[in-house]
Design a protein around this ligand. Structure first.
Ligand SMILES: [Zn+2]
Ligand SMILES: [Zn+2]
Length: 364
């Protein structure tokens, strides 16, 4: 007896090998019927970091009767979320416990154990530990998946920034020479002098807190971006954002004789890309003593607003200590690269693409 497809009702069901399980597959709509137990078996064999999947008995919320009926018992199927935090929908039979999965959902169901692991990290709650960390350091805690491989380029940038900063402490007035030669000055650049400072200034820092703030953000955000982009593209974009930052700073005050240093502009560029590609990540915000996870979008919009306020206050007071235009320039460059490369990055990173889908529910 040939079975009819519960979805399209016209397709003929054929036997088909799906991750070493013989399942019933519709030639017409390409959905798959799993008899009871077959889905767990297939997902356990599939390459998804979990060899003992038990999802059939741990589905998410029930969503009511489905329009499909069971291919074996002809009863109306019941629709479920695969998991409550990953609301891919599947249908199961209340009588024989078979499962129907539409073609569009198959890949996501196969990779669901990976999503489940990722969500354990992403949905972690703020804790006493994270609270103390942020109160003492004034730095946000990042909630994001670990990169697939070691972020060598990020580490290299961290080391270069730290080593060059330490070089300041070698006696003999070296610091002055370093700043004279490698910091960026608008007036000199526009006069065609010291063009290398467009790059070199990004690796110098004016003070310990300036360095710490920058390398901390580079450390938490750089690894994920490098993972998404590959090391060389990551370095390239980092430098381009730094150049855009320097460019806007120069344009904003062409006659300035102030020496500008710091990775802030390049790192602000990373913020722009991060908020577009890692909407599932969270950063913690400390509101006086109340710690709250927020999306990168919210976090960096607040950061941008603080930059505009800081700039306004600085203009009022004639203070030129912080290169706000560089932050804004780097950030805008990051947003532009983020939009331009989004499809490419998502196409190359299946997990990132899935985590960005609306089916993934993030708890903050
Ligand atoms: Zn069908
Ligand atoms: Zn049934």
């Amino acid at each position: 007896m040939s079975l009819t497809c519960p979805n399209c009702r016209v397709g003929v069901m054929r036997k088909h090998d799906f991750h070493n399980q013989t399942v019933d597959y519709c030639e017409q709509c390409e959905g798959v019927w799993f008899d009871s137990g077959e889905l767990d078996q297939a997902l356990s064999i599939a390459d998804n970091n979990d060899d003992n999947v038990t999802i059939e008995h741990h589905l998410g919320d029930q969503l009511g009767p489905s329009l499909h009926s069971c291919t074996r018992c002809k009863q109306s199927l019941i629709r479920y979320n695969l998991m409550n935090e990953f609301t891919v929908q599947i249908d199961t039979c209340p009588s024989c416990a078979g499962v129907w999965i539409d073609k569009a959902e198959l890949d996501r169901v196969v990779l669901s154990p990976i999503i489940k692991d990722a969500l354990e990290v992403l949905n972690k709650k703020v804790s006493v530990k994270s609270w103390f960390f942020q109160i003492l350091s004034q730095m946000p805690v990042e909630y994001n998946v670990k990169p697939k491989r070691l972020p060598y380029a990020t580490y290299a940038l961290l080391v270069i920034n730290i080593v060059l900063f330490m070089a300041y402490f070698i006696p003999s007035g070296l610091m002055h020479n370093v700043l004279d030669t490698f910091a960026l000055r608008s007036d000199l650049i526009l006069a065609g002098k010291q063009p290398w400072t467009l790059i070199s200034h990004m690796f110098l820092h004016g003070g310990f807190m300036h360095l710490i703030g920058n390398i901390y953000f580079l450390y938490i955000i750089g690894d994920n971006l490098e993972d998404a982009l590959g090391s060389w593209r990551f370095i390239g974009l980092y430098l381009l954002c730094g150049l855009a930052a320097a460019g806007l700073q120069i344009v904003s005050d062409p006659n300035s004789t102030i020496a500008m240093v710091g990775a802030s502009g390049a790192i602000a560029g990373l913020f722009g890309m991060y908020l577009l590609w890692f909407r599932h990540a969270s950063l913690s915000l400390m509101i006086i003593v109340y710690q709250k996870k927020v999306s990168p979008m919210v976090f960096f919009i607040i950061w941008l607003a603080l930059n505009f306020i800081g700039m306004f206050v600085a203009v009022q007071n004639g203070d030129e200590g912080v290169a706000y235009w560089a932050h804004i320039g780097g950030f805008l460059a990051g947003l532009i690269f983020g939009f331009a490369l989004r499809n490419n990055v998502m196409a190359n990173n299946p997990l990132l693409r899935m985590l960005n889908s609306k089916e993934v529910k993030i708890q903050r």
